[in-house]
Design a protein around this ligand. Structure first.
Ligand SMILES: Cc1cc2nc3c(=O)[nH]c(=O)nc-3n(C[C@H](O)[C@H](O)[C@H](O)COP(=O)(O)O)c2cc1C
Length: 361
């Protein structure tokens, strides 16, 4: 596993190893999108990751969509995140936050009164979301963003990047996939605009690039990462030519000096997104989705990636890094507590040595 344990520098981020914790929504914030005390423990327990990418976090009230997800647009949220970043830093880790604007993938039951649901066009996403108040609910019909609205949303991301810095984060990652706002602009079914943000592929990637540029200008490009997964149809996003979208994005971000590109495996026939990203982007590449310790080691050893991120393995293995180092078995998580409030199934998974002690009579 020697490649996984080599330190790395990604832009302004210094990683102690190449095992990254992927962003995971766990719905442990309070109903005002403020991080809670259990989140401090949860992230601190995982601080041995070379880099933690904290869960999807909204840059604005309008950007919220799910229940109990955190945000970064007011002083209370910033102060609560500060507890998390301080604890991770005290434990020797590095942590960036993923900025996730849900756009049209939202239920009003999960958002503050007075907030709007917006999208590139007024077309609802054909999906449902869980809410604490009414159970499963349809998504809202979004308001089509005007050009002035788009400028304001970009400004929200910029301010959220500054707020992330104030909250002690080492950087931010733009969530550019899974059917959220940047992906909605890229997707032909969600984006039916006829202005410079719709139509051609160059126009459909414009929003993502302008958000990235605003955040890079605010906190420095070496502290900004981008997450992509071409052709990902999750949350009703349809892109008929994901290879063209990826290539337009890569061309535009090459030379921006971003900290990293975080690629999820593309589940599109004939599209090797990892290889295309490696060839078209000269910065640091983190690959994700379905990796095991040995396959992660192999892709780095073969030069196909600079780091690998793990999501699910980090849920029940807070000491995943140590377990990989020592070839210890990995624990399985309980699905029932993935999104439930409180510490159960969240920050009560034990490191390997304590697991053994508990089993000893
Ligand atoms: C509970 C859960 C929540 C997730 N939330 C997010 C999220 O907020 N942002 C994101 O980009 N991906 C999210 N993902 C996707 C993961 O980051 C990752 O891409 C996926 O689980 C595949 O990686 P793995 O095979 O290592 O688990 C989530 C996955 C899980 C299991």
């Amino acid at each position: 596993m020697k490649h996984l344990f080599q330190p790395a520098r990604f832009g302004d981020l210094q990683l102690a190893n190449r095992i990254v914790m992927a962003p995971m929504t766990r719905s442990r914030a309070d109903d005002k999108a403020v991080p809670t005390a259990v989140m401090v423990d949860y992230y601190a327990q995982r601080a041995t990751a070379g880099l933690i990418i904290a869960e999807g976090t909204s840059p604005s009230a309008d950007g919220l969509g799910y229940c109990r997800t955190p945000a970064l647009y007011n002083a209370e949220q910033i102060a609560a995140w500060r507890q998390v970043t301080d604890a991770v830093h005290a434990a020797g880790g590095q942590i960036v936050v993923q900025l996730m604007h849900c756009g049209r993938v939202a239920s009003r039951h999960n958002k503050p009164a007075g907030s709007r649901t917006v999208g590139p066009s007024s077309v609802a996403a054909e999906t449902q979301l869980f809410t604490d108040t009414v159970g499963m609910a349809d998504t809202e019909l979004p308001d089509e963003l005007t050009r002035d609205d788009i400028a304001a949303v970009i400004q929200d991301y910029r301010q959220a990047a500054l707020n992330a810095r104030e909250a002690g984060f080492d950087g931010v990652e733009l969530h550019g996939t899974s059917g959220y706002l940047p992906m909605q602009f890229m997707a032909e079914n969600a984006n039916q605009r006829t202005d410079e943000y719709g139509g051609s592929v160059e126009n459909r990637v414009r929003f993502t690039l302008e958000v990235l540029a605003a955040m890079a200008d605010a906190i420095g490009p070496g502290r900004v990462g981008l997450r992509l997964c071409p052709g990902n149809s999750y949350n009703d996003a349809r892109d008929s030519d994901p290879a063209a979208t990826l290539s337009a994005l890569l061309k535009a971000i090459e030379g921006m000096g971003l900290a990293y590109l975080h690629m999820m495996r593309a589940h599109v026939k004939g599209l090797d997104a990892f290889a295309i990203a490696r060839a078209g982007f000269s910065g640091a590449l983190i690959t994700n989705d379905g990796f095991e310790p040995d396959t992660a080691e192999a892709i780095i050893a073969d030069g196909g990636a600079d780091a690998v991120s793990f999501a699910r393995h980090f849920i029940a293995n807070p000491d995943l890094v140590e377990r990989i180092r020592q070839y210890q078995p990995l624990s399985k998580f309980d699905r029932k507590t993935l999104y439930s409030p409180g510490s159960a199934g969240y920050c009560d998974y034990l490191p390997f040595d304590q697991t053994l002690m508990e089993k000893t009579p």
